[in-house]
Design a protein around this ligand. Structure first.
Ligand code: AMP
Length: 373
């Protein structure tokens, strides 16, 4: 195993450049500020959640090469807070002399669900059965291969359940024929290159938030249990109700992913836990992860601080949890409950500074703490 070169190592006062300006960039900026580091956000949207908290802000598109070159010269390391950063942007930054952590390999694997699943399988880690789909004929063949129910997902740019559709026996009955149901599903994903996945009859969903330092050290937070509604994360709970064997398998898979990607930073790996305790990787996000938000209130070192430490070339912190915790996302109008939540004991409220509470938009979250069991 090659260990990456340990440079650069940032000093307090140095600047972490962040591509992306959402709530993850905001929370990274807050964590960097606590460590005496500055942040410089690059994002096309001026009034983004992160620009309200960062030291500097550049309004630019991710394909604006001149802006990227200036950005590379103005920061001491570059990281990103969303997985759809164009790989080309990373190449431009590197050519301009920037160190980008995590590197482009993590983006290349995570941006395409088919490449991601093939990569995870190549590590000897289980995924759902899958079939690449480029046309209706592929979809028909895929349904024969992976069986029903199945989920058709676009290979790229899907998130929070967007760009996905399910195919069950009931759908096929509703459409009166297999061919019509297939044509409808293909339309639902916009006839875009896709992947058909067998539906995994999971007992629960968990994630591992893992970190790898520039010197190759790895630290993992314990598994977190997640509940989704309409494809969007609703709650995350620690501790997760899993056996030591399931935990060990999820940890082993997470370490394999971090090492194979020569990763520097925090990754979120999502798993399905089967009724027999076995695990299947759903996907991984090369960034801090929504299910890890509870680490900010329940652990001495949050995932945000951990990521900043890693990309700054600093030693990782202890991921040990001091409280039990349930994180609830505040989606759309739910953020209107802030006035009640703020009165609750042991409730840690986080609002993202977003203007309009559109349906499905993550506006904030609350983490409720209790004594560790
Ligand atoms: P994704 O966009 O892949 O993260 O999917 C969002 C959510 O949909 C997951 O967290 C699961 O709850 C559900 N889901 C996605 N893929 C599958 C699958 N192959 N089998 C069962 N449930 C799935």
């Amino acid at each position: 195993m090659t260990r990456p070169a340990p440079s650069p190592i940032l000093k307090p006062g140095d600047t972490v450049g962040v591509l992306g300006g959402g709530q993850l960039g905001r929370m990274l900026s807050l964590a960097a500020a606590s460590l005496g580091l500055r942040t410089h956000i690059l994002c096309p949207d001026e009034d983004c959640p992160a620009s309200q908290q960062s030291t500097r802000f550049t309004k630019a598109d991710y394909d604006d090469e001149a802006a990227l070159k200036n950005f590379a010269g103005a920061v001491d390391v570059v990281t990103y807070e969303f997985e759809n950063v164009p790989v080309r942007a990373v190449a431009v930054l590197k050519a301009a002399g920037a160190t980008v952590r995590p590197g482009a390999m993590a983006l290349e694997k995570a941006q395409d669900r088919l490449v991601e699943k093939e990569f995870v399988r190549s590590l000897g880690v289980a995924t759902a059965e899958f079939h690449g789909v480029d046309n209706v004929a592929d979809l028909e063949q895929g349904l024969r291969n992976v069986g029903r129910p199945a989920i058709l997902k676009t290979r790229r740019l899907g998130y929070d359940g967007k760009g996905q559709t399910r195919l069950t026996d009931k759908d096929i009955d509703l459409h009166a024929s297999f061919e019509k149901a297939v044509a409808f599903a293909w339309e639902e994903v916009g006839a875009a290159p896709s992947i058909l996945e067998a539906f995994v009859p999971f007992e629960r969903e968990i994630s591992i938030i893992g970190a790898r330092a520039a010197n190759g050290d790895i630290r993992l937070y314990e598994p977190i249990e997640n509940v989704h509604a309409h494809g969007i994360l609703k709650t995350s709970t620690a501790p997760a109700q899993v056996t030591p064997e399931t935990r060990a398998a999820a940890e082993q898979a997470s370490v394999a992913i971090l090492e194979a990607l020569e990763y520097v930073g925090v990754v979120g790996v999502e798993f399905f836990v089967l009724p027999d305790g076995g695990i299947v990787v759903n996907e991984f996000a090369p960034r801090v992860h929504n299910s890890g938000h509870l680490t900010a209130d329940a652990c001495a070192v949050s995932q945000f601080e951990q990521h900043i430490r890693a990309v700054a070339g600093w030693p990782l912190g202890d991921p040990l949890r001091h409280s039990d915790a349930v994180m609830e996302n505040l989606i759309g109008d739910e953020a209107g409950k802030w006035g009640e939540i703020i009165r609750e004991p042991n409730a840690c409220l986080h609002l993202y500074g977003k203007g309009e509470a559109r349906p499905g938009r993550k506006m904030g979250h609350v983490t409720r703490l209790s004594t560790t069991t």
